[in-house]
Ligand binder design. Structure first.
Ligand code: AMP
Ligand code: MG
Length: 410
């Protein structure tokens, strides 16, 4: 049995993770694949947008100098979207035009069809248009040469729309980290494949971690559940190292004699950054690097695995992608009753949140055991309760890490 050499504090662990992670190389991602990624450089408008003067409505392009209520216009051509008219507009003439159609030469306004006697070879004007009315000018949206999006911007659907108007079929971004997830434990069975034999449980961590990594924007895949056998574990970690930017294991990282993850990683040339955090849930967390690859050995207890993913792995993934929102939002929370922490280390307590006139009221979701997966589904936030022995008085504000952001606006 090997004991922790040195436990570090949570902020120190987070700092070490962030300090040792860097942006991944810049890449081009197609518009369909760029969602959620950060732009690696400024984007410049390549053309004026819209590229030509066009109509904002369905109606008739006319010369306003000819306009008078009751005047009859002759329709000489038409200009649907995508097909400019061949003719220009002369005195007393009009060209039937549709939204997005090119404004024909000669015309300086578009009369909405509602302000005429209707569609026909001729029409009577019911309302005089002002010059320029219903006309969308070339370049009114963006001008060639303008910086339309700044480096670092996270690409959402509006940014994709804007880039497309400027002919960008692909965007320069920092690529998504490739995360390989490996659960360890001889007791683990893939859910949905067979019944459990005595002593077995279903592997939930690897599914949860893959999902959380994808939620964070990474590319994630699961290897398999490796047994606690040294050779199997070694070849599984070797396989993960082949393709991963980030390897995330769960289980087998504590101080028991079946806990071989750390020693196996070290054997494979991984350099330990830290092992052991003064933190609950998740004390045995391991973090190391090998070349450009980052390796997290998360504890096996499902709550510890998920909380450690959220607090340590997720920020690293965000940083690799150049995303700004590296950490979850922090808010002050309070409890109605005195809260004690007898663990001698920082306790990230799973709580639900309620908005009150005093701020955010935190309530424990109930038992805080690290194996209680159901408790995670009830938690809105983690309340950070320091190890001070005399407890936190009712109403005192402490830091809460928001897990469900939607809660803040509901
Ligand atoms: P360990 O960290 O390997 O000592 O595991 C701690 C606890 O978490 C044990 O009860 C394991 O059975 C459980 N556990 C480990 N890995 C997983 C997993 N992938 N899914 C669900 N529970 C797990
Ligand atoms: Mg285990």
């Amino acid at each position: 049995m090997q004991l922790f050499e040195k436990l570090i504090e949570y902020p120190e662990a987070e700092r070490l993770v962030l300090e040792s992670t860097a942006l991944l190389p810049m890449e081009e991602a197609s518009l369909d694949e760029a969602l959620g990624l950060a732009l690696a450089r400024d984007l410049t408008a390549t053309t004026d947008s819209p590229p030509f003067d066009n109509s904002a409505v369905d109606g008739y392009a006319v010369r306003t100098q000819d306009a008078a209520v009751g005047r009859v216009f002759r329709v000489v051509d038409e200009a649907p979207a995508g097909r400019p008219a061949r003719k220009s507009v002369g005195e007393g003439e009009a060209i039937k035009i549709f939204t997005g159609g090119v404004i024909p030469d000669g015309a300086d306004a578009v009369v909405m069809v509602e302000n005429t006697s209707g569609w026909g070879e001729t029409f009577e004007l019911k309302k005089v248009p002002a010059p320029g009315i219903n006309l969308r000018a070339a370049g009114e949206d963006t001008r060639r040469g303008d910086i339309i999006l700044r480096a670092g911007t996270e690409v959402g659907s509006p940014e994709i729309a804007l880039a497309a108007t400027q002919a960008y079929g692909a965007l320069p971004i920092y690529r998504r980290p490739k995360v390989v997830v490996l659960s360890t434990g001889t007791e683990l069975v893939e859910p949905g494949t067979r019944d459990l034999a005595p002593g077995e449980i279903f592997d939930s961590n690897s599914y949860a971690i893959v999902a959380a990594a994808r939620e964070a924007g990474a590319e994630a895949r699961r290897l398999y559940a490796a047994s606690d056998d040294a050779d199997t574990l070694r070849s599984a970690i070797e396989e993960a190292l082949e393709t991963a930017d980030v390897v995330v294991t769960s289980g087998g990282v504590s101080v028991g004699e079946k806990d071989l993850v750390k020693s196996t990683m070290l054997d494979l040339g991984v350099e330990q950054v830290f092992w052991g955090v003064k933190f609950k849930p998740g004390k045995p967390l391991f973090y190391g690097t090998r070349g450009e690859t980052r390796l997290f050995g998360l504890p096996g207890n499902p709550v510890s695995a998920m909380v450690c993913f959220d607090l340590f792995v997720r920020p690293a993934l965000m940083r690799m992608m150049g995303r700004k929102d590296k950490s979850r939002p922090r808010i002050p929370v309070y409890f109605e009753r005195e809260i004690a922490n007898k663990f001698g280390r920082l306790h990230a307590m799973r709580v639900s949140l309620k908005r009150t006139e005093k701020g955010w009221l935190a309530e424990s979701v109930g038992a805080q055991g690290s194996g209680l997966v159901s408790s995670l589904t009830k938690a809105d936030a983690l309340a950070l309760i320091g190890p001070a022995s005399d407890g936190i008085p009712p109403g005192e504000l402490i830091e809460g890490i928001v897990l469900r952001q939607e809660k803040l606006v509901s």
